[in-house]
Ligand binder design. Structure first.
Ligand code: GLN
Length: 237
């Protein structure tokens, strides 16, 4: 009997709550810091990360969100939510936006371009493989999607994706010439796990396929099992 919170400031929080419901789990809308005390895990949805960050700041949510991550509670960020969880974000205007952090990654906020460069793609995700052990595929929906350019040694890569050859570069968001140099070739990372943190650059909540939500709920179960009464005793540092 676990309560999973969904940050409900902006973006696709209703879709996450609907996906949880299909798995028999009640998603709790989170808008205030004190509401984080009543949940064992949190999903940060996709949306627009600058807007979401402004609203989170207005509601004084950042310190509580950082504590939640540090306590070792499971947190899953999809798209804008992934940006929230990253330690570092590039591809944005000077000053950027406040981040929660915790995920030892550098994300590029709009790596795959603007709205019209949104796409769907078949991803190979070994972690979602069925019992037969065959390679699992997941159809990812990428909307103004970010990508992870660099990940630290403690980060497990769950899926990557080739950089599109016709990749659109938004010159208005490339604020430092240095950032242009970090434009990778080959592949970028689009799904990761680091301890209690899960990040996907795409939107599983916009599909009927609930395997990522099941995967996250398994992470929540595992944290719950490791502690007898309260998971707040887990020291994430
Ligand atoms: N690139 C977007 C941002 O910066 C994220 C897009 C999304 O969540 N669909 O917030």
């Amino acid at each position: 009997n676990m309560a999973v919170g969904v940050l409900a400031l902006q973006g696709s929080f209703n879709e996450h709550i609907a996906a949880l419901k299909r798995l028999g789990v009640k998603g709790v809308e989170i808008r205030k810091p004190e509401q984080l005390d009543n949940i064992s895990a949190l999903i940060i949805p996709g949306g627009e990360s600058t807007t979401m960050a402004k609203l989170a700041e207005y509601h004084n949510l950042f310190p509580a969100l950082r504590d939640f991550v540090k306590m070792g509670r499971p947190v899953w960020g999809t798209c804008a939510g992934l940006i929230f969880l990253a330690d570092k974000a590039v591809g944005q205007k000077v000053g950027g936006q406040e981040l929660v952090g915790g995920l030892d990654c550098t994300v590029h906020r709009n790596f795959f371009g603007s709205q019209i460069q949104s796409f769907e793609a078949e991803l190979a995700v070994p972690e979602l493989a069925d019992k037969e052990g065959g390679p699992a595929n997941f159809r990812g929906i990428f909307i103004r999607a970010p990508a992870i350019l660099e990940a630290g040694p403690g980060v497990k890569v769950l899926a990557d994706y080739p950089v599109p050859s016709n990749k659109y570069v938004d010159s208005s968001s490339a604020v430092e010439s240095q950032e242009e140099k970090t434009e990778p070739e080959g592949k970028v990372i689009v799904a990761v796990k680091q301890g209690n943190l899960l990040g996907t650059a795409f939107h599983p909540e916009l599909t009927a396929d609930t395997r990522w939500h099941s995967y996250f709920l398994k992470m929540v179960d595992e944290v719950g099992e490791g502690t007898s009464n309260s998971i707040s005793t887990v020291d994430g540092e």
